[in-house]
Design a protein around this ligand. Structure first.
Ligand SMILES: Cc1ncc(COP(=O)(O)O)c(C=O)c1O
Length: 447
């Protein structure tokens, strides 16, 4: 007999699904379900909730902002926008990124960054430059343009006909490098692929190169070797190609630094970041650009079309308060410290697991890559749905893990808890994760 349908299956989610997670309250790293059980939020939702759930100060700041100004068209200044931009410039952004445009989320920010790059090239008389080179794997958003610019084959499936021409290069992935497993020249190989692609496309047609500093959930916290970013920077400069860096998942402390770029020697022309900007309390993302990029547009009197809810005063107040809390509680440093403890626990418990190919990450962004065979790196068949099986087993054990991976890196479990997570909670997280991986892989073996 099949189980009775969930009583709320006619309400949520949009496309009916048997898995209904009914959250009524959240506190710290814990989600409380309608039936009274608690789930450890090991992923900060979609790797966004970075200062912990239930901060009343943020709620109060939002309420005050909405009471004071409500909705104001994005082109006008409000005290909340002014305070947020001042804080970003004083304490968060790289010095050269002096201008801030606000959207409601990461996809919109990516879309605006791409439009900005194209507008810049037109403004400097390089009208033929329109192509955006992206990487595989990557994710920059779910709008038609950003989906096409990214390299998330699973999410692109079916939409290929809508995608105009977006050249792609590989993101460094040492574990499966065609040069050999963990080959030290994977960084140079991938940087060279960019140069080759610019040359084969014709540099006069390329507007920008778009990449995450550290690949988020699509690649499971993949980061390049040390020579990658300096070499990419040199190539972009040589061929007049703007460098756009996506810090949506990695920004605002997630990797134990303000932004992922701080771990490398790289200076983007345009950067955008969302998620951690409000620590998940409100929909907001920022596009940050240098004076050099914006001066030619200002000279022409160009404007970058806004989104109606971009920079909503309530969201700006949430961001300003969330960043103030991060500064006051030194949470970026805490992400690094707790990240080191998490790494040690993961390596100890899962480092030799027969179905774990790699544990990688920084700060509190981690990816655990699952394989059928650790020695050969053979993948589980797609039909096994091993990532979803682990997520399901995690929920059954009271923990939420974020499913990642796409294409050739199909099965990744991502971790991104709040920076406030305690030592005990880290231990609980790893214990529940190991239990979920054991259960799912044993079930797959028995199938
Ligand atoms: C690296 C990266 N870029 C862009 C996005 C899109 O952001 P959003 O879902 O807020 O539109 C995401 C979302 O997960 C992301 O991880």
């Amino acid at each position: 007999m099949s189980p009775a349908p969930h009583p709320k299956s006619d309400v949520w989610p949009f496309i009916p699904s048997p898995r209904i997670i009914d959250v009524v309250k959240a506190e710290g790293v814990w989600l409380e379900m309608a039936n009274g059980t608690r789930i450890l939020d090991a992923a900060g939702g979609a790797i966004a909730a970075s200062i912990g759930h239930g901060r009343k100060e943020v709620a109060a700041a939002m309420a005050e902002a909405v009471g004071d100004t409500g909705y104001i068209v994005p082109t006008f200044l409000t005290p909340q926008r002014e305070r947020l931009v001042a804080r970003l410039k004083a304490s968060w952004l790289p010095d050269h990124l002096t201008r801030v445009h606000l959207s409601s989320g990461g996809s919109e920010a990516a879309d605006a960054a791409i439009r900005l790059a194209r507008m810049y090239q037109i403004a400097i008389g390089q009208d033929t430059r329109w192509k955006i080179i992206g990487r595989v794997p990557s994710y920059h958003g779910a709008t038609a343009l950003t989906l096409a610019a990214g390299g998330h084959t699973a999410r692109q499936k079916g939409f290929e006909p809508y995608a105009p021409h977006f050249p792609k290069v590989p993101a460094p992935y040492a574990l499966r490098s065609p040069l050999g497993r963990n080959h030290p020249d994977e960084d140079i190989r991938c940087a060279k692929a960019l140069e080759d692609t610019i040359l084969s496309e014709g540099p006069e047609t390329v507007a920008a190169f778009l990449a995450e500093s550290i690949t988020g959930s699509s690649g499971g916290a993949q980061e390049p070797g040390p020579r990658y970013w300096p070499e990419v920077q040199r190539i972009c400069q040589q061929y007049g190609v703007l460098l756009i860096i996506d810090e949506v998942m990695t920004g605002f402390g997630r990797t134990g630094a303000r932004f992922g770029i701080e771990h490398f020697d790289v200076r983007p022309d345009i950067m955008y970041a969302g998620k951690g900007l409000t620590a998940g309390y409100a929909p907001l993302a920022g596009i940050y650009a240098s004076d050099e990029v914006l001066a030619p547009l200002a000279e022409r009197g160009d404007s970058l079309m806004f989104y109606t809810y971009g920079g909503h005063p309530g969201a700006c107040a949430a961001a300003d308060k969330a960043l103030e809390i991060m500064e006051r509680e030194d949470l970026v440093a805490r992400a690094a410290t707790q990240g080191r403890k998490l790494e040690a626990l993961l390596r100890d418990r899962l480092g030799q697991h027969p179905h774990v190919a790699e544990i990688r990450g920084r700060g509190l962004l981690w990816g655990i890559e699952l394989v059928a065979d650790r020695e050969t790196l053979a993948l589980y068949p797609a039909e096994a749905g091993i990532t979803n099986a682990v997520v399901g087993q995690g929920l059954a054990r009271g923990a939420f893990f974020y499913p990642g991976g796409t294409g050739d890196i199909r099965d990744i479990i991502c971790l991104g808890p709040a920076f406030t997570i305690s030592d005990d909670e880290l231990e609980m997280l790893v214990e529940r994760l190991a239990g979920a991986i054991d259960a799912a892989t044993q079930k797959a073996a028995a199938a």
